[in-house]
Design a protein around this ligand. Structure first.
Ligand code: EPU
Length: 347
């Protein structure tokens, strides 16, 4: 168990905010976590408690007055039950391991920053696959009863970037490991956008015939690389807003706006969400408001994907990001009447 006081969180958030916490605790095993809580050590530490993963979906809006917990439980093990992965394992280490060992499942989710425990809370998703499609069960520690508890997939109540761990169970359960359903049978998921075309290109260029999860992984990493900033070089937290799901009338209004601006053949990107609702890419709405590539002080809107707010100089302070967020959301509301919700958690 590693316990620090007045600890810098700069390396623990991909936005690169230079903030600190009053205390920081990293544990290396479930046993250490159980011992910590059952010995009542939490009572000696500043409140509130916040459990983080890789800090890739967080915006610290200032110094954190409480205790930050972080999992150092890192392992990947195979049994008859499935593949179990420790919560502190980097998500992409797991994706790489699957590609190297010929397991299908998470290849479309390659390159997503963050850790496996946070992926279970956030239901990460990309290129037509979500975490919920792969998981069999989520193993947790219950801080109220000081005991372990396993959630089966259906009990996690997964939705778009949502789960029970963000709703009614928030703060009560700490994810310690995840058990996945993986397949060694060829089972590619190529329906999203241009993924299929890119995979076909990669296959013909490499003159390989058989599709492997490794080939898809390389294609996905290539797509991500061309659209998203590398968190090691430019601070960001990935998509800053969720893609809004709105009644169809909002889409019709956007369509009217776009057709009168770009001509009758123009198609507004959208996905049918059922029951008279439509999902419109927030990136499109933000681009229409003229924010793509915008820069103000140390903060900016990524030039290739306007859904991503960036810490351009590495010196942005939380207020600069929040001010930009408010301006962007305000302009989308003014032009389209649509309220954008942040995807990134504000602390
Ligand atoms: N678009 C624009 N302008 C742009 C970029 C995109 O108009 O500059 C429009 C295009 O119509 C494009 C559509 O937005 O077809 C969707 O763009 P993209 O495929 O890049 O995906 P996204 O909806 O913006 C979501 C996830 C990403 C995930 C990608 C790929 C959310 C909030 N974001 O973004 O997840 O990587 O799909 O599946 O759902 C994250 O959650 O942090 C994240 C990066």
């Amino acid at each position: 168990m590693d316990l620090r006081k007045s600890y810098s969180l700069k390396k623990h958030n991909t936005f690169g905010m230079d903030v600190s916490c009053a205390a920081y605790v990293e544990y290396g095993s479930v046993e250490e976590l159980v011992k910590f809580f059952s010995a009542g050590r939490q009572y000696d530490l500043p409140r509130p408690f916040l459990h983080i993963g890789g800090g890739s979906n967080l915006l610290f809006t200032g110094d954190f007055p409480g205790t930050v917990l972080h999992s150092g439980i890192r392992f990947i093990s195979v049994s008859d039950h499935g593949v179990e992965v420790g919560a502190g394992t980097l998500w992409d280490d797991f994706c790489l391991w699957c590609a190297e060992n010929g397991f299908w499942g998470p290849e479309n989710l390659s390159g997503i920053p963050g850790e496996t425990g946070a992926a279970a809370v956030q239901n990460i998703g990309a290129y037509g696959v979500e975490f919920k499609d792969l998981v069999r069960e989520v193993r947790c520690f219950d801080v109220v009863t000081c005991s372990v508890k396993t959630f089966r997939q259906a009990e996690c109540r997964y939705g778009y970037r949502d789960s029970i761990f963000k709703q009614s169970a928030k703060g009560r359960y700490i994810v310690t490991s995840v058990v996945f359903n993986l397949s060694s049978e060829v089972s590619p998921r190529l329906e999203y956008g241009h993924v299929k075309a890119a995979v076909e290109r990669a296959l013909s260029e490499s003159s390989k015939e058989a599709l492997t999860p490794g080939i898809i992984r390389s294609v996905i990493l290539g797509i991500r690389d061309s659209k998203l900033p590398d968190p090691a070089k430019i601070g960001s937290a990935g998509s800053f807003f969720k893609n809004p799901v709105v009644p169809k009338v909002f889409y019709e209004k956007a369509e009217h706006y776009a057709k009168s601006k770009y001509g009758q053949d123009y198609e507004v990107p959208h996905f049918d969400a059922g029951s008279g609702f439509v999902k419109i890419p927030a990136a499109w709405l933000i681009e229409q408001c003229g924010w793509k590539g915008y820069r103000e002080g140390n903060a900016g809107v990524y030039e290739k994907q306007p859904l991503v707010l960036v810490n351009l100089t590495g010196k942005a302070v939380p207020d600069e990001i929040v001010a930009l967020e408010k301006k962007i959301a305000g302009s989308v509301l003014d032009l389209f009447g649509i309220e954008l919700q942040p995807e990134v958690e504000h602390i």
